[in-house]
Design a protein around this ligand. Structure first.
Ligand SMILES: OC[C@H]1O[C@H](O[C@H]2O[C@H](CO)[C@@H](O)[C@H](O)[C@H]2O)[C@H](O)[C@@H](O)[C@@H]1O
Length: 590
């Protein structure tokens, strides 16, 4: 069985990622890209669906782990009765269409007998490869269909029952190295590379990136970890930003709310970029604008709310019926049908992000601006129509208040771009639409009797996305309607002090079961407290939230307060973005 979600740590090369368990097992690895088939899928199944374990053969008495400072190089120390070892895991930045991973076992004290178990199962845990010994080296070559994985080893490897095993002993100060390289199976077996040197290279690369924008303030270390995580989810070549490293980690243990997040949502990517820019990373904005321009190129009417990493449009959703799911949470879904939804908010998020980027110095690009103007022409036609909203409900389109507010943001940022940067555009016309949207939201999306904005027009239900109204500037934070909305959310949507997205039992989302508290929304409540000058409340909630991070600073999408464990895809950009923004807002109040 897979470990608790928080017992995993992330490694990656900005092309793909892997999850390394506290027990030394890599239970998730997609090759060669974030969204490719997994060759280690034990996370969503069993060890027979693929994994790579390196661990002491004797019982482990104590484990501690950390990333090397300012990097994505993971060190896991394991102590047994006979001694202690350090497992160093990382992927090596490598600017070609191959992936390299290194695992080093270093003796810290005594003498430790180790066990290795390597099970390749390509095609999401199903395809058993042909495995042969590597000529002239200790190691193996595993081939199946388009995939070839080569593993070099300092110790002899043995084939056993369709997997590979090894036993070896590590003495203090001794290092035993393993290296993996993936490449297309039609290529030649590559030359080996120096594992220890590669770890140093990975360390230097990450440190160089982190030091480009030194983070200050009380929560600097926490913020840095989140920024590194966000960068790790950004494809080095296309500039596409994926929402999370995994698919189908459940929003309810044993439930059906399992989705594939290894794609680029315009919303999540916009948020991610804003966090990176706020922290001082400006080049990323330009790379993403290029990605966006390519992804949405063509008719503005055909824009999607999400794309593949290189801008692919078909993300067909299917069920992996041979995987039993994380703790039996089924179905395991790959692909995401939300790609075909209408979500009005993405227009606002895109326009806002690019407006902020231009304020931060991003150069004007006439084609890109014209594309945005075309998008607004289109939005003008259907901003008043229902949509699936920020939460991508599967129970049918509705008149979501947050969607309308973000349509308001889209026109607002376009007007500001004309006013502040002198871009060409029908500002007067846009001003009228902006006002129409504002009037409609205030008339139909506000419940006077309860003094709160509502989830959809004319309803009594609430929605945590309303916490964004003041953040985006739709109304000032001291407006009585905003104060009333925050009070209503505190009353109706708090669970053990954290924020739920909405009431799942209304059936409006079209799904069975329920879900945990949504961590990003909880950070948005911190932001509202801060905007309202409720500094103490903001800091108290922020501290409570960051206490939920795992031991290496990572967050999933949600938290199950009853079971006291992280749930949902992991690590998730949304949550880390929200953390960065709240931390910066609070630091600015010091
Ligand atoms: O809750 C149902 C939906 O859940 C997923 O969407 C969520 O994750 C997205 C990526 O982080 C985020 O943009 C969205 O706001 C979240 O609700 C899933 O991807 C959807 O298919 C599903 O309908």
């Amino acid at each position: 069985m897979a470990l608790r979600i928080e017992d995993y740590a992330l490694i990656g090369d900005r092309q793909t990622t892997a999850l390394v368990g506290k027990d030394g097992s890599i239970d998730w690895l997609c090759l060669p890209r974030f969204d490719s088939d997994a060759c280690f899928a034990a996370l969503l199944g069993t060890r027979d669906n693929g994994r790579w374990l390196i661990a002491p053969a004797d019982p482990i008495k104590e484990t501690s782990r950390r990333y090397r400072d300012d990097t994505l190089v993971l060190e896991t120390d394991m102590h047994t009765d006979t001694g202690a070892v350090r497992l160093t895991d990382c992927m090596v930045p490598h600017p070609h269409d191959t992936t390299r991973m290194v695992r080093l076992v270093t003796g810290l004290s005594g003498s430790v007998e180790m066990r290795l178990e390597l099970v390749f199962r390509f095609g999401f845990g199903r395809v058993v490869p042909w495995v042969r010994r590597m000529p002239g080296h200790e190691g193996i070559v595993a081939i199946a269909g388009p995939d070839m994985a080569v593993v070099w080893s300092d110790v002899p490897l043995e084939g056993q029952n369709q997997h590979t095993e090894a036993r070896f002993t590590v003495e203090a100060d001794q290092t035993v190295a393993f290296a993996l390289e993936w490449l297309p199976s039609h290529r030649h077996v590559p030359k080996s590379f120096d594992p220890a040197h590669s770890v140093e290279l990975a360390t230097q690369k990450w440190q160089k990136w982190t030091q480009r924008a030194p983070v200050k303030g009380r929560w600097a270390e926490i913020v840095k970890r989140s920024l590194i995580t966000l960068k790790a989810l950004t494809h080095w070549e296309t500039g596409g930003i994926v929402a999370a490293a995994t698919c189908s980690l459940p929003e309810e243990i044993g439930g059906e709310r399992n989705w594939d997040y290894r794609y680029c949502w315009l919303r999540d990517a916009s948020f991610t970029l804003q966090a990176l820019m706020n922290a001082g990373y400006r080049d990323e904005a330009s790379a993403w604008r290029h990605w966006l321009d390519r992804a949405v190129a063509g008719s503005a009417a055909d824009i999607q709310i999400m794309y593949g990493i290189a801008g692919e449009r078909r993300l067909a959703e299917w069920r992996v019926d041979w995987l039993c799911g994380y703790e039996n949470s089924r179905p395991v879904r790959v692909g995401n049908a939300a790609a075909e939804q209408r979500q009005l908010d993405v227009y606002g998020e895109m326009m806002n992000t690019l407006y902020q980027a231009h304020r931060g110095g991003l150069k004007h690009d006439q084609n890109s601006w014209e594309l945005r103007c075309n998008l607004l022409d289109d939005l003008e036609k259907f901003w008043a129509a229902p949509d699936e909203g920020i939460w991508e409900v599967r129970g049918g389109r509705q008149q979501f208040v947050h969607s309308k507010v973000m349509a308001w943001v889209a026109f607002d940022r376009a007007i500001r771009s004309v006013e502040e940067f002198g871009y060409d555009g029908p500002a007067e016309h846009w001003r009228k639409i902006r006002q129409d949207i504002h009037d409609q939201v205030c008339a139909q999306g506000f419940d006077v009797s309860r003094n709160t904005f509502t989830q959809v027009y004319g309803s009594r239900t609430l929605d945590a996305s309303l916490l964004l109204l003041a953040v985006v500037g739709f109304l000032p934070p001291d407006d009585p309607r905003i104060i009333g909305t925050v009070a209503a959310i505190e009353r109706d949507l708090l669970q053990d002090g954290f924020v739920r997205r909405y009431d799942t039992d209304t059936g409006k989302d079209g799904l069975s079961g329920t879900e945990g508290v949504f961590l990003a929304c909880s950070f948005w409540l911190v932001d509202n407290y801060a905007l309202m000058g409720r500094k103490h409340d903001a800091e108290t909630l922020f501290e409570k939230l960051i206490a939920l991070r795992n031991d290496v600073g990572l967050f999933a999408e949600e938290y199950d307060t009853a079971r006291q464990r992280q749930i949902g895809n992991f690590p998730q950009a949304f949550t880390h973005v929200a953390l960065v923004n709240s931390a910066m807002r609070l630091s600015a109040m010091d």
